[in-house]
Design a protein around this ligand. Structure first.
Ligand code: ADP
Ligand code: ZN
Length: 430
């Protein structure tokens, strides 16, 4: 099923011609009215008419989150403030947030791309869409809300948390699709188990759109098993509209990026040099249709690769592999580079342990992984508990090359996030 078949299946040559035209327009616009880009262009003696092919994008400057922070609160606006309709912010971890402005057309486009993404997974106007993401400054809930309304779904703006109420809504209104973070989805699966709810028997859930933070294939399986539905990976970032930037189709083999709206590159995060399709590096995105706040070569810090092969669904927009993590999430522990997702992958594949965990770094360079036991607790022998602990530590060592301390804790004792989960607590004195 398509939302906009013609554009979703446009042949590559036409799609790239459209991208070039839109890139030229975008660059001409920022050159005319965004001081930040005017200065960057002047510094490199770059003239917009030098953009003749898509690969010329490499002559443009990168935009970083530091540039966005420096521009706070006015933003890198390309239109008078009067023509903006909405402000969102992206938190990041420290200091001031990044201010992202949208015009009426920008909001409309974001909603269209969400609708496109949903229909691609098989959603129709018959669906009941329970939005368990945070409404507010975060783009995650609002943009998908509009997208689902465009499709004609019944939308329930539940927001996150309050699992009892979520369950009531799901039962009473026969929810078929949920939009949720991976951490809350795992927590909710535990909650249903404790309540003795059999999703397939007691609920009408068919699909979950899961994103807003990195998660592994093993976590996808855990969510699918716990909620008894199909999980579709959903990627986005506020700087580029929010959700609906890249989404899985019914094949669920990587996420199609809507290339008529975004130009993507993969670079080596250390050198900034482009990497060929298939190689893993940092995703860089340029907006092609943004009116209020176009961004050139925005460094997402998200680590992934492009799947160049055509997809069986017939769409021509290229796919991204699952995000491995953010380049700034990488931990260096005793000289070894570790992504939290490597630890998650191991934990989610071991039986007998629950769905919540926390990575703690203390002292000089000590790593402790706290893991909840499976719901219902542990009723075996103390020796069995010790051997489970040892097994987890061994499996972790095989994956991350160092052996962390493993602490098994009672179910439902680790902190639960309603929005994005905080999986790493770093108290090191380095
Ligand atoms: P912030 O978290 O900085 O406040 P956003 O809410 O815009 O900003 O979050 C965007 C970020 O969330 C992305 O850059 C990426 O790191 C992460 N993210 C979003 N969706 C996914 C996904 N499906 N898989 C992995 N990471 C994701
Ligand atoms: Zn596809």
């Amino acid at each position: 099923m398509y939302w906009q078949e013609e554009i979703e299946t446009l042949n590559r040559a036409q799609l790239e011609a459209l991208q070039l035209k839109r890139l030229q327009e975008t660059v001409a616009r920022v050159a005319a009215c965004v001081p930040h880009y005017q200065q960057e262009f002047a510094r490199r003696s770059f003239r917009p008419d030098a953009l003749r092919s898509l690969s010329d994008v490499r002559r443009l400057p990168f935009t970083t989150s530091a540039d966005l922070r420096a521009a706070y609160p006015a933003g890198l606006l390309a239109v008078p403030l009067d023509n903006t309709l909405r402000l969102h912010t992206s938190s990041g971890t420290t200091g001031k947030p990044k201010a992202i402005f949208f015009s009426r057309q920008d909001i409309e486009n974001a909603a269209e791309l969400c609708a496109r993404s949903f229909v691609m997974t098989g959603v129709t106007r018959q669906d009941v869409f329970q939005n368990m993401m945070t409404y507010g400054l975060f783009t995650g809930a609002l943009m998908t809300h509009y997208g689902a309304e465009k499709v004609g779904c019944l939308v329930i703006p539940a927001g996150p948390g309050n699992s009892e109420r979520q369950l009531m809504l799901m039962k009473d209104f026969r929810t078929t699709v949920v939009h949720v973070t991976p951490s809350y989805a795992l927590y909710f699966a535990d909650f249903l188990e404790k309540k003795g709810i059999e999703p397939r028997r007691d609920l009408a859930l068919r699909r979950a759109f899961v994103g807003a933070e990195p998660y592994t294939e093993e976590t996808r399986l855990k969510i699918e098993e716990g909620l008894q539905l199909s999980v579709f990976n959903s990627y986005g970032l506020s700087e580029m509209n929010g959700p609906g930037i890249a989404f899985e189709c019914e094949q669920r083999q990587g996420m199609h990026v809507w290339e008529d709206h975004f130009l993507i590159e993969i670079i080596d995060p250390a050198t900034g040099e482009p990497l060929p399709d298939g190689e893993t590096g940092e995703l860089v995105m340029t907006t092609l249709c943004r009116e209020a706040m176009p961004l050139l070569r925005y460094r997402t810090r998200d680590i992934t690769s492009v799947i160049p092969e055509p997809c069986a669904c017939g769409r021509t927009h290229r796919r991204l592999n699952r995000i491995k993590g953010r380049s700034d999430d990488m931990l260096i522990v005793r000289g070894v580079n570790i992504y939290p997702q490597q630890i998650e992958r191991v934990l989610m594949s071991i039986r007998g342990i629950g769905r919540n965990y926390l990575i703690r770094l203390d002292g000089l360079d000590e790593m402790t992984v706290q893991v909840e036991l499976a719901a219902g607790g542990f009723n075996g022998e103390f020796e069995q508990l010790m051997s489970l602990q040892t097994r987890i530590a061994e499996r972790l060592r095989a994956e991350i090359l160092i052996k962390p301390r493993v602490e098994l804790v009672q179910p439902a004792t680790l902190p639960v996030a309603e929005g994005k989960a905080k999986r790493v607590v770093d108290n090191r004195r380095l």
